[in-house]
Design a protein around this ligand. Structure first.
Ligand code: MG
Length: 156
C-alpha cells in the first residue's frame, strides 16, 4: 500500500501572510481566501508517489471547493475524534495515526510541534515525516521536495 500524505489547508495551501497587492479580492460572493490557492500546489502534490488525504477543518468542503481549484481529484478525508489528546499534542495527531493504521505517512501542516513528533513516535510503528510548513508563505517547492525525498527513502 502507498504511504499516506496528510494535507492541511489553512496555512500550507491557504497562506496567512499578506500576499501583496497583486492578489485581487474575490468577486461574486466567493470566499476571498480561495484566491490564495495556487494550482501549482496541486501539480506538485499529485506527482508524489503516495495517497493524498485531507486533514483539515474544511473536512469534505476541501473536496468541494479546494480540490477543484488545485486540479486534484476527490480525496479521502480524515474524520477526527471528538476528544482532545493530552498536553500539547495537536488535536489532529491521534486521528492521523488512526487513519494511517500502520502505513508510513507524511503530514504537511503549519501547527506541528515537538509533542506531535513524540506522540507519533510512541504510537505509530511505521516511518512518519511531520513536516511543518510556514503559514506566512504556504507550501513551497522545498517543502514538497522534502516529502519526495522522504518517500524515496522508504523501503518498498
Ligand atoms: Mg493549518
Amino acid at each position: 500500500m502507498l504511504p499516506v500524505l496528510f494535507l492541511d489547508v489553512d496555512g500550507p495551501l491557504i497562506p496567512f501572510g499578506a500576499v501583496g497587492a497583486r492578489s485581487a479580492p474575490a468577486t461574486g460572493g466567493g470566499n476571498p481566501l480561495l484566491s490564495r490557492l495556487d494550482p501549482a500546489h496541486g501539480t506538485w502534490l499529485a506527482a508524489l508517489p503516495c495517497e493524498l488525504v485531507w486533514a483539515t477543518t474544511w473536512m469534505d468542503d476541501a473536496n468541494e471547493v479546494v480540490a477543484l481549484r488545485l486540479g486534484l481529484p476527490r480525496l479521502p478525508v480524515v474524520d477526527f475524534p471528538d476528544e482532545d489528546p493530552p498536553g500539547r499534542v495537536h488535536w489532529k495527531t491521534p486521528g492521523l495515526v488512526a487513519f494511517a493504521a500502520g502505513r508510513p505517512f507524511a503530514w504537511l501542516d503549519d501547527e506541528i510541534g515537538a509533542a506531535d513528533r513524540d506522540w507519533v513516535a510512541a504510537h505509530h510503528p511505521a516511518p512518519a515525516l511531520l513536516h511543518a510548513v510556514d503559514a506566512r508563505h504556504g507550501l513551497t517547492r522545498a517543502d514538497v521536495d522534502a516529502v519526495a525525498a522522504w518517500l524515496g527513502s522508504l523501503s518498498p
